[in-house]
Each structure stands twice: as C-alpha cells, then as structure tokens.
Design a protein around this ligand. Sequence first.
Ligand code: ASP
Length: 331
Amino acid sequence: MQRRNFLKKTGLGSAGLISIPFLSSWSKPNSKIDPKTIKKPIRPVVVCTWNFHNATTKAWEVLSGGGNSLDAVEQGVMIEEANVNNQTVGKGGRPDRDGNVTLDACIMDKDGNCGSVVYLQNITHPVSVARKVMENTPHVILAGKGAEQFAYEKGFQKEDLLTEKSKQEWLEWKKESKYETIINIENHDTIGMLAIDENGDLSGACTTSGMAYKVGGRVGDSPIIGAGLFIDNEVGGATATGVGEEVIKTVGSFLIVELMRQGKSPQEACEEAVNRIIAKNKEKHKDFQIGFLAIDKNGETGAYCIHPGFSYSKYDSTGQSNNPSGAFVKE
Ligand code: ASP
C-alpha cells in the first residue's frame, strides 16, 4: 500500500543503471568487429532481484572459489529462503488467504535442464527440491502434495513455515479484507538470481512465497520456466519479480532472452518486455509492480520495472553493488 502511495506521489522517475558498453562477437556473428573494441567478458558475476546482498555474497563465495553457476544460484537464493525476516520467500513467507504458506521455485542450468516445484508446503528450501526434480526425475514440475512427498523421500525435513509475525499480519489482514484477495497486494520481494561462472556458463534460480493472501492453490510466474526465469547459455538469462499473472501472460523471461538473441542489450530487452505489459494494461499497470532483470553471455546486466524503487544486487570482481532500476510510471 505504501509503495502505491509512493508511486502516485513520485510519478515518472528513473535512476542510473550500471551499463557496460560492449560489442559482442556472439550476438552478431556476421558483423565485422574491431578486436580492440571487444571487451573481455565479465565473469564470474552474479545478480539478483532486490537488495539481497547476503544472497549475492553467498553466490559470490561459490563462484570466486571456482564453483559452478548452478551451485552458486542455488546456495545464493537459499539464504533468503531461510531468512525468516524476508516475508516473501521461503520460511517466514506470508501465507495464502487460508493461512497456508505455499512456495514456488525453479532452477535452470547451462544445458537448458530445469526443475520446478509449485504449491509446495512445509519445506524451507523449495529451490533445492526443484534441483532434485531436475536431476533425479524425468520431469520438470512437481506440484503440491506430490512435490512434498518427493522432498521427504529426498531427505528434506518437514518444517512449519508460518512465523508468528506472518501469522499475526495475516489475521489482521483477514479482518479488513473481508477475505477477498487483492491481486496486486504488495508482496514483491521474490528472489530471482542469475550467475555466470569462470567457465562462462550461466544458471538461474527463482524462489518465492508468491502473492500474499492469494487464493489457495494459486501459482505465480516464479516457478514457470520462461515466465519467472529463463536461461539460454548461448545468449543470457532473465528473471522477474512482481505480479506473476502479468509476467506469465507475456512469458516475460523467455521474451527477454529472445530479444537479446536478436541483438538487444539486457537493458533494452527488459524495457521492451515492460512496455509490452504496459501496452496491454493501459490503466491497470499503474497499480502493478513488475521488475525484470537480465544478463547477457558477456556479463552485461540490465533491469527495468513498472514502479520506482526496483533494484538489483550485483557481485563481480569489482565488488558488490546495488543498482536502482529505471521506473516507468505515468500518472
Ligand atoms: N512474482 C511473484 C508471484 O507472482 C511475486 C513477486 O515477485 O512479488 O508469485
């Protein structure tokens, strides 16, 4: 709610993004490139949605120690899944309107393998269950009870994910909401993480407790490959946060990767994806929160959102930074 007020007061705002100009031999294989203008690819590097510095720090530990990007993104986002003070991811996440904490997560590797869990309950680390789905089953997505049962078979412990704080807030919400679900209720700190390791290989992960007080059974974009996350090791990766329904409708992360394949920079690709959502929601978008984050094969990053205030955390050999994204809100 506060953010929506902020949005109304602020109007159009934008802030600088780290942008590293480069010419890439992979995106324009037929063009003549002056070798002097080719910048060395940035690697390793990790980025994630929002200011989750502890998560990028963990991922960086893995990457700088020579670890691969898949381990880095899994271990990075696990930090937020276990952080009970983060009420939008993992343990401590806000429940659905019935008081159940239900988690969505996915992971994708350099070879295009992916795993996902949706509507998972009682497990703190859905991203790790998603990885087991990817590596130990012939499937991509496991849902609900089946996913939970699978997790126990793989040795995950049953845990109560509803913290006292989230429970009390939910009880308060129930009083005022008359048990209705507001689609754009503020709950937008999903963590989507993208990493490139020393070998230049990309992986990504995305994990969330979804929209607060959602209708029981609701699944957002975060565990949907192509919507909340997409990786193509030849091109780059993208991830999303915000109103999942809109991200799903545009298959946002896949769209961004394909736009990069066609030559757009990560920044341009994120802006195009946001603009498509705005074009389809001329009035409604003013209440949306959606942010996209992208990285290309060379390690250049970009981000864009329908909201002032979206930012992403980045860690590379120059250190850690917080990068505010441009906003796109017209009153
Ligand atoms: N994208 C998430 C979902 O729709 C929520 C968020 O990032 O705020 O479940």
